[in-house]
Each structure stands twice: as C-alpha cells, then as structure tokens.
Write a protein that binds this ligand. Structure first.
Ligand code: UDP
Length: 237
C-alpha cells in the first residue's frame, strides 16, 4: 500500500477505550485498538497518540459538583496516564512494538518526562509515542493537547478517532436525514459550532495548517485506510 501520511498524531478519547461500558476501560476494545495501531506502525508510519481521560474523570464535570476546577483538572490529567499505560501495555504485549510514554506531569517511575526533541527522536526510531497527562495544564483538554503536540512534532495530520463516521450537519442519532460532510473548513466547524474538537484545538490546527480527519475508529482498518489517503470520515482543513 502507499502511505500518504508519514507522521500522524492520533487522538484517542477516553470514551473510545470504554467500549459499551459506562465507565473505565474495556480490555477487548484496547486490544482491538492496539491491533489497528500496530497495522499502520508496521507499515512504517510514525505515530504519536494523545489519550484522553473522560472514561475515568472529567475536570469540568467534577467542578460542577463543587470541586476546585484546577484540582479536578489535575485528577483528569492523571486519569489519562492510566489510559496511556494500558494502551502501552497492549501494544507491547500483543505486537512487540516499541513504545514510549511521555508524561506532561513528571512521573518518572512510570513515564518519561515530555521533552519535545526526545519525542521526535523516538518517532524517527519507529517507536510509538504516547503522550500522557494532557498538556500538563488545567483548563485545557486533550483535544487541545493533540493540536499542540501535533504542531510541536510536525505531524502532517491529526486523526480524531470517534464512534461516529465523521461530521454530520445534524445529529444522525435523532435525524435520519443527517448528511455527513466529506470535507469541511475549520471556519465552518467554528461558525456552526460543530464540536468536532473544542474551539481552542480547532483554532490551533487552523493557525498551523494541520488538517484533522474525523472517523469511526471502530470500523476495522479505518486507521490504515486514513493513512493511505482513502476518503474515510470527514476531512477538516
Ligand atoms: N485535562 C487538563 N488539561 C489538559 C488535558 C486534560 O486539565 O491539557 C483534564 C481535564 O479535566 C479533562 C480531563 O483531563 O476533563 C480528561 O481529558 P479530556 O476530557 O480531554 O478527555 P477525553 O474527552 O478525550 O476522554
């Protein structure tokens, strides 16, 4: 196969790891995602992953019930590290793929500190780089982290892995006539408030010319198809 993108940043939300559960991690789903990721890495793609934490803890939600927002966000960031370690384990056990977990909050017993140049070096050596602990700053999200890290490591594209097939003009769950966009501009996403990623993330991608492909990660081979340039999901640029 021909590879269109050599260096990709994959954003996996915490919810992606949850499967059909209400909370936490579904090991079968993690296994499946590790298989999908391995396929593109074995094809020679340099892959970095930003993992979310919403399946375990969300700062905004906790602060709505009275918790201090910054503290809640730090808990959220720690939750992403649990997901990251789980994904790392699956990749290494199932596929003998070399991975490195880089954490934005220092946690030297379980992860390397995030150092940009080190992340680049790992990628050049074919290791999957997993970014944990978000950006290390409260009041941000892992979507924004994905945009930030993608810019820092010169990723050509962000793959936003979701449970739906792309961006629709209405919610397909409620509206049977909802149409999926094949392509859409950053401007349209912002103006129509389409909530693909939060607006800070979209603005960062727009400023740095990093396209986003939004697609269903639960459809087999979609990561692989996206890497080879097939039109999967919705292309935002
Ligand atoms: N978070 C944060 N700063 C960051 C990234 C994440 O404070 O740079 C916190 C925030 O509380 C967020 C939680 O970590 O709710 C989990 O991340 P997110 O909600 O982005 O995960 P996802 O929706 O992708 O599962």
């Amino acid at each position: 196969m021909s590879i269109k993108y050599r260096r990709v940043l994959l954003k996996l939300s915490g919810e992606a790891l949850m499967g059909d559960r209400e909370f936490g991690i579904d090991p079968e789903v993690v296994k499946m995602l590790a298989d999908e990721i391995a396929r593109v890495v074995e094809a020679g793609v340099e892959l970095a992953v930003v993992v979310g934490g919403g399946n375990i803890f969300r700062g905004v939600k906790a602060s709505a019930s009275g918790m201090d927002r910054a503290t809640a966000d730090y808990v959220g960031m720690l939750a992403t590290v649990m997901n990251a370690l789980t994904l790392q384990d699956a990749l290494e056990q199932q596929h003998q793929i070399q991975t490195r977990l880089l954490s934005a909050i220092e946690m030297k017993e379980v992860a390397e500190p995030f150092i940009r140049r080190r992340a680049m070096r790992h990628l050049e050596k074919g290791r999957v780089v997993i970014f944990g602990a978000g950006s290390g700053n409260p009041f941000f999200t892992t979507d924004t982290t994905a945009a930030l890290r993608a810019a820092e490591i010169d990723a050509e594209v962000i793959f936003k892995a979701t449970r739906v097939d792309g961006i629709y003009d209405a919610d397909p769950k409620f509206n049977p006539d909802a149409q999926r966009y094949q392509t859409i501009s950053f401007q349209q996403v912002l103006v129509q408030d389409l909530r693909v990623m939060d607006s800070t993330a979209i603005a960062l991608c727009r400023e740095n010319n990093i396209p986003i492909i939004v697609f269903n990660v639960f459809e087999k081979d979609n990561i692989y198809r996206a890497v080879s340039g097939e039109a999967v999901g919705t292309y935002v640029s």
